[in-house]
Design a protein around this ligand. Structure first.
Ligand code: TRP
Length: 333
């Protein structure tokens, strides 16, 4: 039984790319009885970017509702909001005191942000929270004795920092209090094309938001996916735009092959294909959409689920923090 932990960015309502690429596989792993899973919404990390109380709160709710709608078993997994267990901030402070500035300056995430600000010529500067982001992330992980941390490639360096800072702490204090986590890098993340054919991402504004109502979905599919003017009766290349690829991801291989044959044969237009895609999205995710909407209309239920998760998380965090505090010469609490 491995203890697996992952932090989920709270950047708003998850879109199809998030769901197929990250949420579904993570839920399958979390619901697997062979694992013990800790999943949390990283709303303290969000503060490095978002200074808007309402947005912070709403993003967290939307993420929680999406994970629960897609079947995360919140009894089995420990599912919580990072800010509900503030011990992470305490531990991050301690870790800060063991990690050299010169190493943090080498963080890709930080260097990228610095470069962006330089390019944009913006007067705003990188805040200190962004700089020490990897220490809060290390605290998230070390606070729960996590053994495995499934993350994307972009987070690999952060996991190296986590192991590094834990070892530095051990060496400096002469006692081992942390479990050194392993990164589990997901190499083959499902590629979900956006409506413009590029990788689906919020920043590109090319997302398909499956929780939207059918009318909004229809408008989005019809307006945002550009199709060429090949005459209805002419044969079409299924890969000329992302309609067929998206349909394949949602409707499955057999249905997708059928659509491809019709497109190649001619007499079947992109309008037909878009209609089929719309139906697949509307019907294929009907149950999840219902649950999502029900949860979003009942913040009490979401709060209750997250609070229960935080309580369980806190139980583990409390013990680990006592080991840390005693090692540092502070008292256990
Ligand atoms: N930094 C991670 C990301 O951008 C999110 C995250 C925060 C995280 N804390 C974590 C991931 C701890 C794994 C473990 O995706």
């Amino acid at each position: 039984m491995a203890r697996i932990l992952t932090g989920i960015q709270a950047t708003g309502t998850p879109h199809l790319g998030n769901i197929l690429g990250a949420i579904r596989p993570a839920i399958a792993q979390a619901n697997d009885p062979a694992n013990e899973s800790f999943l949390f919404i990283a709303d303290m990390h969000s503060l490095t970017q978002i200074k808007d109380a309402n947005a912070l709160r709403e993003n967290t709710y939307a993420v929680a509702a999406a994970w629960m709608a897609f079947g995360l078993d919140t009894e089995r997994s420990v599912f919580y909001r990072q800010s509900d267990v503030p011990a992470a901030a305490e531990l991050a402070w301690y870790l800060n005191c063991f990690f050299p500035v010169s190493r943090l300056e080498l963080a890709h995430s930080y260097k990228d942000k610095m470069a962006q600000f330089k390019d944009s010529g913006a007067a705003a500067s990188v805040n200190t929270g962004l700089f020490t982001y990897p220490m809060l992330m290390s605290a998230d992980i070390l606070l729960y004795d996590a053994e495995q941390v499934p993350v994307g490639k972009d987070q690999k360096q952060h996991l190296e920092f986590t192991r590094d800072v834990a070892s530095r702490f051990h060496n400096a204090m002469g006692t081992e209090v942390f479990v050194l986590p392993e990164a589990v890098i997901q190499e083959s993340v499902m590629l979900v094309p956006g409506l413009d054919g590029n990788k689906m991402s919020k920043s590109r504004d090319n997302t398909l938001n499956i929780f939207d109502d059918p009318k909004a979905l229809k408008k989005r599919i019809n307006k945002e996916i550009e199709t060429d003017g090949t005459a209805l009766e002419d044969p079409k290349d299924p890969d000329a735009n992302p309609v067929h690829a998206l349909y394949a991801l949602i409707a499955g291989a057999a249905e997708a092959e059928h659509m491809a044959e019709q497109l190649r044969a001619g007499g079947y237009g992109w309008g037909h294909a878009k209609k089929a895609l719309l139906e697949a999205v509307v019907d294929g995710f009907a149950a999840e959409r219902d649950t999502f909407n029900r949860l979003m209309a009942d913040r009490g239920a979401l709060d209750e689920a997250l609070r229960a998760g935080a309580e369980r998380a806190e139980g583990v965090a409390h013990e680990v923090m006592n080991r840390v505090r005693v090692a540092l010469g502070y008292g256990a609490r």
